[in-house]
Design a binder for this molecule. Structure first.
Ligand code: URA
Length: 216
């Protein structure tokens, strides 16, 4: 299932316009903050699909019937652009456990690349709700590599994949491999460049959030 949040008018589209805008995205603090806010908004929408249990809460004046989360959430993020996005999810699911994955594109001379996964830290995933956040879902290769590497940590009850911008091809790829995963995107763009950047996209999310890197 795919939730494309830009299909409905909401403030997410306003954040996204600033994230994409070449003149505004140079303000790194605002860029990171908008990405974090997108994470918070997706997390809120996603929270509507989770299970809750009824509880009674003692207020200073009486007893209120309420609901609390009845599922255990793990937020997994692919570094480095995923960091502010991760914080958005964690602001909403503040008791979640966390996983971090370093996966980067190792480019070959012929223009192709492979995903090099060098670091992974993860709690048990058995029967838990896994939210895998990757700021940009371009080809889907990092998500595939990450989910393959997470298999040995247990089978989640549900896998959610969250992204700021997804490409049509990336979504197709992930849906074919993981038909039961739920994809959450703030926007879906049509094109990929020869170097697998999303068009119109936003550029390099990691560089915009944290500065340019030396190695490509
Ligand atoms: N990663 C990015 O930062 N941007 C893209 O367009 C694709 C992958």
């Amino acid at each position: 299932m795919l939730h494309n949040l830009s299909k409905n008018s909401s403030v997410i589209n306003h954040y996204l316009a600033e994230i994409r805008d070449a003149k505004k995205q140079v303000d790194r603090l605002r860029f990171r903050s908008n990405i974090r806010r997108c994470g918070e908004m997706i997390a809120y929408e996603l929270s509507k699909t989770l299970k809750y249990k009824s509880v009674e809460v003692e207020t200073p004046l009486g007893v209120a019937k309420s609901e609390v989360l009845d599922q255990s959430v793990v937020i997994a993020s692919i570094l480095r652009a995923g960091l502010p996005f991760h914080q958005g999810f964690l602001n909403v699911f503040d008791e979640a456990d966390n996983a971090f994955i370093s996966a980067y594109r190792k480019h070959h001379k012929d223009g192709t690349f492979e995903i090099d996964l060098q670091y992974l830290t993860c709690p048990p995933l058995e029967d838990r709700v896994l939210i895998l956040s990757d700021a940009m879902l371009a080809t889907g290769a990092s998500i595939q590599k990450t989910l393959q590497n997470l298999e040995s940590y247990g089978k989640p009850s549900k896998v959610h994949i969250a992204t700021i911008i997804a490409s049509v091809d990336g979504i197709k790829y992930i849906r074919r491999l993981y038909p039961n995963a739920v994809i959450w995107a703030c926007a879906v763009d049509e094109e990929l460049t020869a170097r697998s950047y999303i068009v119109p996209g936003l550029g390099d999310a990691g560089d915009l959030a944290f500065g340019e890197k030396l190695q490509e």
